[in-house]
Design a protein around this ligand. Structure first.
Ligand code: FES
Ligand SMILES: [Fe+2]
Length: 338
């Protein structure tokens, strides 16, 4: 049992979580990944299908990811038990006479799928598709994968920080904010349910004056953001590109909850910028994110308190309060204090 099962957090257990870059998992290769207090082994079979199993041999608990993958057979390094694509044991070297149909051992198998260039895993029963991210499918936008960043904090603290504008002047001074312009203008927060964008909460008309809003900017500008939260651990920020072409570019945040207070962070950019190199775009995102990391790692408590009385909030914290209500209503327990 992992903590989502112990806490009865079916919302998080039944959701999809990013665990790897899909292209890194080539046919015949394995990767050990952490998710929801468990170790998983990811592997890709010869037909190109991705598999996600608990990284634990049902015989004596050895990590299967330290074994061998030959074609579509994963062999445990300890006693050589061999497992096929369904996770069923098909050969025990110490009992070579035993026929496959008499073998009962079964690796624990989870749902895995590929979307947006990442591999996603659900350790429970998938309650919906991975997520709605229409900007990703916009061919005018260039996709760049940033991170992953390992952060010693809860996923909800990281989402909340992503939605917060009042820290720009302090944490990202000279890039996303300026200490002479710290006031946050009014913005709107609404629930939404949309065929294209999914459902959740969004904040619109979020204005910030930014000295250097992206990797290409060489002067300050007034930027208008929209933030939307569409899953407990997914948030997407959009803004109109500088040329104002009637569509929006996006920075999407996808969190891999490792434990309740440690998280792997994936960011996908869908941007108009076709001048900067991939490295320049990643470096810009690394700079911003590495400024946020010590903040979210030093908030007390690391889990997000959902009670409105637990921390003092002001008017411009409306989006963060809406996010806390959203988690409360969904019944999320993982990484929060209810
Ligand atoms: S522990 Fe895996 S075969 Fe024994
Ligand atoms: Fe930040």
């Amino acid at each position: 049992m992992n903590d989502t099962e112990q806490s009865g957090d079916t919302v998080i257990a039944n959701d999809w979580h990013p665990v790897a870059i899909a292209a890194d998992l080539r046919p015949g290769s394995m990767q050990a990944v952490p998710l929801l207090d468990m170790s998983l082994v990811l592997w890709r079979d010869t037909a190109g299908e991705v598999h996600a199993w608990q990284d634990r041999c049902p015989h004596r608990g050895m990590k299967l990811s330290m074994g061998m993958l030959n074609g579509d057979t994963l062999t445990c390094p300890y006693h050589g038990w061999a497992f096929g694509t369904t996770g069923r044991c098909k050969h025990i070297p110490a009992l070579p006479e035993l026929r496959e149909q008499h073998l009962k051992a079964q690796a624990r198998v989870f749902s895995a799928k590929e979307a947006f260039g990442l591999v996603w895993v659900c350790t429970g029963t998938p309650a919906q598709d991975v997520l709605a991210f229409p900007e990703f499918h916009d061919e005018r936008l260039r996709k760049v994968w940033c991170g992953p960043y390992d952060v010693a904090s809860s996923a909800p603290r990281i989402v909340e920080n992503f939605l917060d504008m009042a820290h720009f002047a302090f944490v990202h001074e000279g890039i996303l904010g300026d200490r002479d312009r710290t006031a946050i203008r009014d913005y709107t927060v609404n629930r939404f349910d949309d065929a294209v964008y999914g459902s959740g909460i969004w904040a619109r008309q979020c204005f910030a004056w930014q000295p250097r809003s992206n990797a290409l900017a060489d002067r300050g500008s007034d930027v208008e953001y929209t933030y939307r939260v569409i899953r407990p651990f997914t948030a997407i920020l959009t803004k109109e590109p500088a040329a104002q072409q009637g569509f929006r570019e996006a920075i999407s945040l996808h969190l891999q909850p490792v434990t309740e207070t440690s998280t792997r962070v994936w960011i996908i950019l869908a941007m108009t910028n076709d001048e900067s190199s991939v490295d320049e775009m990643r470096n810009f995102q690394d700079t911003i994110f590495l400024q946020d990391k010590p903040i979210v790692e030093n908030q007390q408590p690391l889990k997000l308190p959902l009670s409105p009385q637990a921390e003092v909030s002001v008017a411009c914290d409306r989006m963060s309060l809406a996010y806390r209500s959203y988690l409360r209503e969904l019944g999320v327990q993982y990484g929060v204090i209810r």
